[in-house]
Design a protein around this ligand. Sequence first.
Ligand SMILES: CC(C)(COP(=O)(O)OP(=O)(O)OC[C@H]1O[C@@H](n2cnc3c(N)ncnc32)[C@H](O)[C@@H]1OP(=O)(O)O)[C@@H](O)C(=O)NCCC(=O)NCCS
Length: 179
Amino acid sequence: MTFTPIHTDRLIIRKFRTDDYIELYAYLSKESVVRYEPYDPYTLEQARREAEYRSNSEDFFAVTLKDGSLIGNLYLSPREFDCMELGYVFDNKWQMNGYATESARAILNYGFGTLRAHRITAECDPENVRSIKLMKRLGMRREAEFKQNVYFKRNPDGSPIWRDTVQYAILKSEWEKLK
Ligand SMILES: CC(C)(COP(=O)(O)OP(=O)(O)OC[C@H]1O[C@@H](n2cnc3c(N)ncnc32)[C@H](O)[C@@H]1OP(=O)(O)O)[C@@H](O)C(=O)NCCC(=O)NCCS
């Protein structure tokens, strides 16, 4: 499906392009940014492959300032039963400006509107305070805390480092009431 870029007050949300890789590398290479992500900081070559993958994916969206600078990305991916999963990663250089909130609101609107989602969920580590604040700001409700349900890293002896996750969700009917 062709995605028409979304313009918000301060931002543009568009599909990724292969030539985004240098700006993608600028934030995915930072330990502080990917700390809660299921991957290690990216190399430039990994970022090049990732930009290529994302440019062919319907699930990843680049977020830019009006001058075209890439500041982060959103993820909105279909799940069973008209449900979608939301994700977001922003360069720490551009965090704490309301950009994640502004763009995530726009992508929720797109998910519930154009993509006709019934329910949108997001999940994160309980220690990821910024992500939890963002989910709440978007009007999402806490639905669950899963104990030791994921591991992204291993101990030196090879055993998994288990982490908990918290899940938040919002229904289309709840979203409509917020508008
Ligand atoms: C999760 C993440 C996207 C949240 O980003 P964020 O910068 O906290 O969110 P926003 O861009 O919406 O900024 C909101 C903050 O900016 C402040 N702000 C400053 N100027 C503002 C403005 N002009 N308009 C709106 N808010 C503004 C808000 O008050 C808010 O701060 P508060 O929460 O202390 O009240 C970000 O921390 C991130 O990318 N982390 C790394 C990746 C990650 O962990 N992703 C989630 C994995 S599950």
